[in-house]
Design a protein around this ligand. Structure first.
Ligand SMILES: Cc1cc2nc3c(=O)[nH]c(=O)nc-3n(C[C@H](O)[C@H](O)[C@H](O)COP(=O)(O)OP(=O)(O)OC[C@H]3O[C@@H](n4cnc5c(N)ncnc54)[C@H](O)[C@@H]3O)c2cc1C
Ligand code: FES
Ligand code: FES
Length: 478
């Protein structure tokens, strides 16, 4: 028997006695018999299963869209789960109305998920909602039969309706949406109802866990069938592992920080000015709302995008085991393919990196088979501090070219103190080729990945030092 997981499902409070590792999607369709949430790929790719999770933050309920096929039930403790049924009112909502008006649905399989994500974007942006943000919300949704042109037109209608709202905080937008009949009335009482639900941490069992679940976006794809029968610890019930702060020249990031939270935080945006544009290449909005930095690191994929970026930022991990804690440079964490310098019982609690100095320039590059919603064939990040034309320090990382996310130690050593010229960059590319050992796989041949590693190194310099290095000169000697 499992201790009951108490949460609000749409309008109703639930005490679910199912395993905490059970998928929210399975709970919805098999136990709650709510069939509006569809099962498509069950791998986070299609968006048919999208639902909203609302949680109390600063006294307000804050909602994010997620793919329920990758979320553990245990995570819902103390939260509000909203499915498409929970958005229904006596008449159609503006999002539903717009989809009908523009004929943006045929078989309807993808439609509930799309309604959920577009409603979430309306809650988030209010009157400032733009066509680009409608596209952002649709990024994790596949529609096989209607296509996207009518959905974009529906988006235009939603934007017109959104003009009635304010555009400040999500909670104010929600309040106005309720008043204008765009959201059901019951949303008003949710913060109060969530406050009354018992402490969420009790949803984790007392026995020693076999597996830690953070966002679940890797775990459920890899071991989805096994997890409901395992002793799981839902890390997201530990709020102390979230949050971003700055202290003594360092930026400290809780390991449970999601990609979206990371990219939206003012400290991160100041440190990595282009961070939000990198997000367009990483997963979808719904996945980025779940995928954590800690999960990206511990999953140890050689092409983890955030891991590659964090390597170039010179990150250190804080590892915790009960009351004990230790520090380890991220570059020393990976020992071999999926082999880590960590005990199974240790958790990554924080990632810490030095605040980049004003002279530092940072860049991230990724090449994948599809431009969006795809994992990399090769990715790379760099942080360079230079005085004029002379490099002081370089951190370069490349993914997809070795069994681990690779910190390019020898290439960095070579570049230190060098003048930035096309010759320097070309010589660095030769050294980089000696450091990497790509293999041929579905992401590309070894030869292709070697070529990409070189091109991405060139791309870093051409982007960051356009005045000193240009592509024509770089290719002159090749
Ligand atoms: C549709 C889709 C698209 C994706 N696109 C991308 C992409 O573009 N780029 C990319 O890099 N990744 C992508 N991913 C992969 C995945 O989202 C990321 O790797 C994500 O960061 C994993 O984090 P998580 O919190 O979901 O980890 P989980 O799945 O919860 O955990 C992964 C592993 O890490 C362990 N773990 C997690 N957190 C901790 C911790 N704090 N301490 C100790 N162990 C821990 C878990 O036990 C597990 O072994 C995608 C995944 C999906 C499903
Ligand atoms: S079923 Fe496809 S994303 Fe969940
Ligand atoms: S309406 Fe059929 S898949 Fe989108």
């Amino acid at each position: 028997m499992f201790s009951p997981i108490r949460f609000v499902l749409n309008r109703q409070e639930i005490a679910a006695a199912e395993p905490p590792g059970m998928l929210v999607l399975d709970f919805l369709r098999r136990r709650a018999m709510l069939m509006g949430t569809k099962e498509g790929c069950k791998e986070g790719d299609c968006g048919a299963c999208a639902a909203l999770i609302g949680e109390l933050r600063g006294g307000e309920a804050r909602y994010t869209p997620v793919t329920s096929c990758l979320v553990p039930l245990g995570e819902l403790a103390g939260k509000h789960l909203v499915t498409v049924e929970g958005l229904n009112m006596e008449r159609l909502s503006p999002v539903q109305d717009a989809i009908v008006a523009e004929g943006a649905t045929q078989c309807g399989f993808c439609t509930p998920g799309i309604v959920v994500s577009l409603t979430a974007q309306l809650m988030e942006k209010g009157a400032s909602l733009t066509a680009e943000e409608v596209k952002y919300a649709l990024s994790g949704h596949l529609c096989r039969c209607t296509g996207y042109a009518s959905l974009k037109r529906a988006g235009e209608l939603i934007i017109k309706d959104a003009a009635k709202l304010g555009s400040s905080s999500q909670s104010e937008n929600i309040a106005q949406m309720i008043t204008s009949g765009m959201l059901p009335e019951y949303f008003r009482e949710i913060p109060e109802r969530l406050r009354k639900i018992q402490s969420p941490a009790s949803a984790n069992g007392r026995q020693k866990p076999e597996v830690f679940i953070a966002g679940g976006t890797d775990l459920y794809v890899q071991r989805g069938e096994a997890l409901p029968d395992m002793r799981v610890e839902v890390l997201n019930l530990h709020p102390e592992m979230k949050g971003i702060s700055a202290n003594e020249g360092e930026i400290r990031v809780g390991a449970l920080t999601t990609f979206e939270e990371f990219a939206a935080h003012p400290l991160v945006r100041e440190a990595i000015p282009e961070i939000q544009s990198y997000m367009h290449w990483n997963a979808s909005w719904q996945i980025r709302n779940r995928a954590t930095l800690g999960g990206n690191i511990v999953n140890a994929s050689p092409i983890g995008d955030m891991t590659i970026l964090l390597l170039a930022l010179d990150s250190t991990l804080i590892l915790k085991n009960g009351q004990k804690s230790r520090k380890l440079p991220l570059a020393e964490f990976f020992k071999g393919y999926k082999q880590l310098a960590k005990k199974p019982s240790e958790i990554v609690s924080e990632i810490v990196f030095p605040k980049p100095s004003p002279a530092a320039r940072i860049n991230f590059e990724k090449v994948s088979k599809r431009k969006r919603l795809d994992i990399a064939s090769v990715n790379s990040a760099i942080k360079i501090t230079a005085r004029g034309r002379v490099i002081q320090k370089v951190n370069l990382s490349v993914g997809g070219v070795a069994p681990i996310p690779l910190f390019m130690r020898r290439t960095c050593e070579f570049l230190a103190e060098k003048e930035i010229t096309p010759e320097t960059v070309a010589q660095a590319a030769v050294i980089a080729q000696q450091e990497i050992s790509p293999i041929s796989d579905v992401r590309g041949s070894a030869e292709y990945k070697r070529l990409l590693a070189r091109q991405l190194l060139f791309a870093h310099f051409v982007k960051l030092f356009a005045g000193y290095v240009n592509l024509r000169e770089l290719f002159a000697d090749l």
